[in-house]
Write a protein that binds this ligand. Structure first.
Ligand code: AMP
Length: 625
């Protein structure tokens, strides 16, 4: 019997301290909770009803229905039924272009970087609000099972999710009325479900192989003293059990000389055959053959496939996942011998061919697949939720940030504050100063990426620190601090230390950076390293020359009457020459010209320069922005 606690004095409903663990999956979602009386994590819901299909149906009255009831509309009303919305979270149309035809519903074409929109019955929905509907239905499910209103949760995401996707997940939670205490990586949750890492004295290195419906992730985790560290991740956001279904459809098309494009053109026919293919795949996990019939295009077809033909048709897909595993091992600097355990996650790891292929790759007699592969992530999320609820104090989770974070300094250069692969949560800062006398404000532009010049990296946002008291260039001390929380969300604080003025921002999500883009950015950084170094050196030299020019012009202006005519004219000429060279890219010539200007001005500079100017011209301690 469900019981809800109400405060009889003021009528408020007592909020529970319970924290839910939620696996917001591509195909299915689950909610779990640690039962304090047993200490065990359990998935909530009636038996056979724990898994909520991540499907949303929009009724003619524009009501949103989630789960099994929505899934039943997939065939008849493909246009009005949204599935795999997780693939769209934090993604722009350009990110998914090329894949948009594989969705049965209408994704609106758009060439901006904004998150995609979906048009259903003439109404526009975004992936956050649709994901929020799934989360809301999980929340209600949990409240019914536990008998009280619950408002706190831990939600899992693939380890490969970038900032935008994590932020979008968090936003969906908020929209569903949940206080999201932590966004946890799915592989971390999966290892917790197997109890790996719960014993503080345990030191181990494991691989988590997660093959779901739509995505594949491999993660190498190092666990030491209750600390989980992601050593490397790899994966493919467009490989999963859905591809197995597609491989079966292709097989059947060949068997019956059916045209795949023709099938795809009729959305409800395609959905019908897709569901048949999925049924065949599941059947083949425990049987050797499958046979069924389907009535399409005024014909009845017998659809059959045996296990070896199935395995042959999915071999290239499984091989793709194995290639990612090899890359992850290589990135972590490890071999199969260093991996003590392999954890299997995701419904597609029920396919025996997948299990055998993974065992062979890691050369293991056995892998961890005793728990229900659909439930492990949710169960682990519940354990993490239990830790955050304060029930297990000695465990800490650490992940790494995939790209460096930094700010733009003079000359368009990237100054990294938090390097790539730093463990999060982390916090780092540097001091900067102004480049002009009396500068009252400072623009701080934040970037993510590995390239030397910010133009080649991705801009996350910018803000202005104003109210700096007027001071000579180089005198203000501006401390810029980056704080990256455990979800990978960045807050920045800028303080001018002499005056105490302060500005903080939380970087707003910039939807649209895909895993592929992260990868491309990393590769570009490697292949352009030398060209980038030259560009950086040139930018540094020009910046230095501009500082010298600025100080020399100031020197001439404020000491005009103290200089001889000859000194004025030779300095003027040297200034002009350097100004001209700064427009080009001959670094050597700029350096020589700077040297000439220095030698022309040296005699009177020695007479006139005050300490502050001298400091600004030589060996500056602080970088100017
Ligand atoms: P997930 O995204 O983790 O919920 O995984 C769902 C995927 O697992 C879908 O592609 C399902 O078709 C697949 N799946 C579920 N049960 C089985 C099974 N018995 N054998 C093979 N694949 C399965």
């Amino acid at each position: 019997m469900a019981r809800i606690k109400i405060n009889i004095k003021d009528g408020t409903i007592k909020r529970s301290d319970k924290v839910l663990g939620i696996d917001l999956g591509t195909t299915n979602s689950l909610v779990a909770f640690v039962d304090s009386s047993t200490g065990n994590a359990i998935c909530l819901g009636e038996e056979g009803d724990k898994i909520v299909p991540s499907v949303i149906y929009v009724t003619p009255e524009n009501e949103l229905i989630v789960g099994q009831a929505a899934k039943s509309h997939l065939i008849e009303e493909a246009d009005n039924t949204v599935y795999s919305v997780k693939r769209l979270l934090g993604r722009s149309y350009t990110d998914i272009a090329g894949h948009s035809s594989s969705f049965g519903y209408h994704i609106m074409p758009d060439d901006s970087k904004a998150m995609v929109n979906i048009n259903i019955r003439g109404k526009i929905y975004n992936p956050i609000e649709l994901s929020a509907q799934i989360l809301k239905s999980l929340k209600v499910k949990a409240e019914l099972a536990l008998g009280e209103p619950i408002s706190k949760a831990v939600i899992t995401v693939p380890a490969y999710f970038n900032d935008s996707q994590r932020q979008a997940t968090r936003d969906a939670g908020k929209l569903a009325g949940l206080d999201v205490l932590r966004i946890v990586n799915e592989p971390t949750a999966a290892s917790l479900a197997y109890g790996i890492g719960l014993d503080k004295s345990q030191t181990t290195t494991i691989a988590v192989y997660d093959l779901g419906g739509g995505t594949f992730d491999i993660t190498i985790l190092s666990i030491q003293n209750g600390v989980f560290e992601v050593l490397s991740t790899n994966g493919d956001t467009y490989t999963g059990g859905d591809d197995f279904d597609r491989a079966i459809i292709t097989y059947w098309c060949e068997q019956h000389q059916l045209n795949m494009q023709q099938l795809e053109a009729d959305k409800s026919v395609y959905q019908e055959i897709r569901l048949k293919a999925e049924e065949a795949k599941k059947h083949l996990s425990t049987n050797d053959t499958f046979e069924s019939t389907i009535a399409v295009f005024n014909n009845v077809y017998t659809l059959s496939i045996d296990r070896s033909s199935f395995e042959k048709s999915i071999q290239p897909i499984v091989e793709k996942t194995l290639k990612c595993c090899r890359m992850a091992l290589k990135d972590a600097g490890l071999t199969h011998e260093d991996i003590q355990d392999v954890v299997m996650v995701g419904g597609s790891t029920r396919t025996p061919y997948v299990i055998e292929s993974v065992k062979r790759l890691f050369r293991k007699e056995r892998v961890n697949n005793s728990l229900n592969p659909d439930e492990v992530v949710a169960l682990g999320a519940a354990i993490e939720a239990d830790i955050l609820a304060g029930n297990r104090k000695d465990i800490l989770l650490l992940d790494v940030t995939p790209l460096s974070l930094g700010i733009e300094t003079l000359g368009g250069m990237m100054d990294t504050i938090i390097p790539r692969n730093s463990k999060v949560p982390t916090n780092a800062g540097r001091q900067y100063t102004t480049s002009k006398d009396g500068q009252l404000s400072l623009r701080i532009s934040v970037y993510q990426g590995e390239r030397e010049m910010v133009a080649d990296n991705r801009k996350l946002g910018e803000f202005i620190l104003d109210g700096i008291p007027a001071m000579p260039a180089g005198l203000p001390k501006i401390d810029i601090r980056f704080m990256l929380n455990a979800d990978g969300i960045l807050s920045i604080e800028a303080v001018e230390l002499r005056s105490g003025i302060k500005q903080t921002i939380e970087i707003q999500p910039q939807y649209g950076l895909t895993d592929k883009e992260v990868e491309t950015m990393l590769l570009a950084a490697m292949s352009n390293a030398e060209a980038d170094m030259h560009k950086r050196q040139l930018a540094e030299t020009i910046t230095e020359a501009e500082q010298v020019l600025y100080q020399c012009r100031k020197l001439l202006f404020s000491n005009n009457d103290l200089l001889s005519e000859e000194e004025k004219s030779s300095t003027g000429m040297a200034i002009e020459e350097l100004e001209e060279l700064c427009k080009g890219d001959n670094r050597e010539a700029i350096n020589q010209s700077m040297e000439r200007l220095n030698s022309v001005t040296r005699p009177f500079a020695e007479r006139l320069m005050d300490q502050a100017i001298g400091k600004a011209l030589t060996g500056k301690k602080l970088d100017a922005l």
